[in-house]
Design a protein around this ligand. Sequence first.
Ligand SMILES: [Mg+2]
Length: 124
Amino acid sequence: MNGKLILYVEDNEFNRKIVRDLLARTSYRLIEAVDGVVGVDTALTEQPDLIIMDIQLPGMSGLDATRKLRADPSTARIPIIVVTSFALSGDHQSAIDAGASAYLAKPYSPRELLASIRDLVPES
Ligand SMILES: [Mg+2]
């Protein structure tokens, strides 16, 4: 049986590698997008089981991308974990208002991210 599909929208290659390595030891399958526009397109076409969305993205922000996905019936119910390396005051509320299912601000550990993923989408 195929693992659950996770889309990670993140422009920073270092962060993408951390999550790639983290999920390589699980049954989750990972696809990646490097900006908000590609992230929204990929979510619409691939219909992942869960999305991890960085806030700080070139072009369209992760919050705007989250709002777009929430507004489309085909992606409205996909769990989205919004993450940020640069927590600004009010980010948590903005993420929830945009439709995030969960929010993690740096410094969070890969273990915390994995716990949040498993909480929303059990591995099998
Ligand atoms: Mg970023």
